[in-house]
Design a protein around this ligand. Structure first.
Ligand code: FDA
Length: 402
């Protein structure tokens, strides 16, 4: 019925990454004839480099509130039908050793390659076929399905699943393919932006903080106000160009250009109150006092950068100055001038507008047989295994439906 020319498949998945491989395995195991096409020569490069090579493959505490989207309810259906426990059962079935690192984050004990091998084996069970490396020239709609024009010929597909991810890390093959296909079919796109990314500051303003590069400490970091306010308590890392570490990566997904971020360097201490009440009980100077809570190198740098003389005795410092110092410690306001961009971003925020898709199947409402899954879609997880959980869950949803 579909054969105009070339080979015929029930499902063609474009993108052999996390979501694409999961989708292909599920569709293949449901008896569908599945082909996966990728322009890269190796499978799932992002899984390979993820989690420092150990792949933080899910998060035990994943709920829809750990995801950003202009349509926050969209992810609920897929996430509830394929849970972290479901993926964990698969990992256990393949006897992959894993451990929980922090806040429900599950990592492989040995290597992220274990997850790639597992997904490949699941695809083999489903007799999935591969065409890679292979570039896609064009995707066209036919009366009954699609024609996928590749550099190695044309393929007929009843269903096409776009699983080509976002824009982060172009050097390992990220492209805007999913957005181009979305535009071709007149689908709305939520503007893509780098997320889970270090933030940068104006070089001149940042100069006093450069010597602090390498210092890491647990902080509260927040951005936004009222309803849009977000706070994370995680480690922050000073870099030569700005701030990084899990706290900053998390807040970067919520940060909008032009907005400030606020850092509480001592979240468990009201620094101004502590300094003022210490006036009558201590002979310490400002630097010594703060060094009992924070690394001395950080204290010296911060005092200098904020215009305080560390040698000044607390007792000799006006309350007004102590309050100002307290504010710099508990509510340090900074204005990033940007981020390290897609070169360093772990994910892309935004993507294909979920209002164009079915939340059950991930199929485009107005284009039967066309699906978008994974990072290509406007669903972005927090740091900590949430993005892979979305890749698995959306891949399963489309794999079952296609
Ligand atoms: P993914 O990017 O995995 O796959 C897309 C595939 O499409 C690739 O194989 C690519 O080659 C292919 N492709 C792209 N354009 C194409 C084109 N034009 N033609 C053909 N093929 C094309 N998440 C997490 O939960 N835990 C973690 O530990 C980490 N760690 C991490 C570290 C680093 C350094 C990065 C960059 C990212 C992470 N992530 C993460 C995020 C996670 O890797 C990401 O969200 C998922 O891989 C997204 O899965 P997808 O399948 O949607 O895209």
């Amino acid at each position: 019925m579909l054969v105009e020319n070339g080979l015929q498949y029930d499902v063609v998945v474009i993108g052999a990454g996390a979501a694409g491989m999961m989708c292909a395995a599920v569709a293949g195991q449901a008896g569908k004839r599945v082909l996966v096409i990728d322009h890269a020569s190796k499978l799932a490069e992002k899984i390979r480099i993820s989690g420092g090579g150990r792949c933080n493959f899910t998060n035990l505490h994943a709920t829809p509130s750990n995801f950003l989207s202009e349509n926050p309810h969209f992810c609920k259906s897929a996430l509830s039908r394929y849970t972290p426990q479901d993926f964990l059962s698969l990992v256990k079935r393949y006897k992959i050793a894993f451990h929980e690192k922090h806040k429900g984050q599950l990592f492989c004990d040995d290597s992220a390659e274990d997850i790639i091998r597992m997904l490949k084996a699941e695809c083999d069970v489903g007799k999935v076929e591969w065409r890679m490396p292979c570039s896609i020239r064009e995707l066209t709609k036919t009366e009954h399905g699609f024609l996928v024009h590749t550099e190695r010929g044309v393929v007929n597909a009843a269903n096409v699943v776009i699983a080509t991810g976002g824009l982060s890390i172009p050097k390992i093959g990220a492209t805007d393919f999913s957005y181009r296909i979305a535009k071709q079919f007149n689908l709305k796109i939520v503007e893509p932006r780098p997320a889970l990314v270090p933030l940068t500051f104006d070089a001149t303003n940042w100069e006093p903080f450069v010597p602090m590069a390498g210092i890491s400490l647990e902080v509260d970091v927040e951005t936004g106000v009222k309803k849009s306010k977000m706070v994370f308590r995680e480690d922050l890392l000073f870099t030569h160009r700005g701030l990084s570490g899990p706290a900053i990566l998390q807040i970067s997904s919520y940060w909008q250009p032009g907005q400030t971020i606020r850092v509480n360097l001592l979240p468990e201490l009201d620094v101004a109150e502590e300094l003022i009440s210490a006036k009558s009980t201590t002979k310490k100077n400002l630097a010594n006092f703060l060094a009992s809570y924070l690394p001395a190198r950080l204290v010296d740098g911060l005092l200098a950068a904020h215009g305080f003389d560390g040698n000044l005795k607390i007792a000799d410092t006006q309350d007004k100055r102590l309050r100002l110092l307290g504010e710099k410690m508990n509510r340090w306001e900074l204005l990033p001038n940007g981020s390290e961009g897609y070169r360093k971003a772990e994910v892309t925020r935004g993507g294909v507008d979920t209002r164009e898709l079915s939340q059950q199947s991930m199929m485009v409402n107005n284009v039967p047989g066309l699906y978008f899954i994974g990072e290509a879609v406007d669903v972005t997880g927090w740091l900590g295994g949430f993005n892979f959980q979305w890749a698995w869950a959306s891949g399963v949803a489309a794999g079952k439906a296609a």
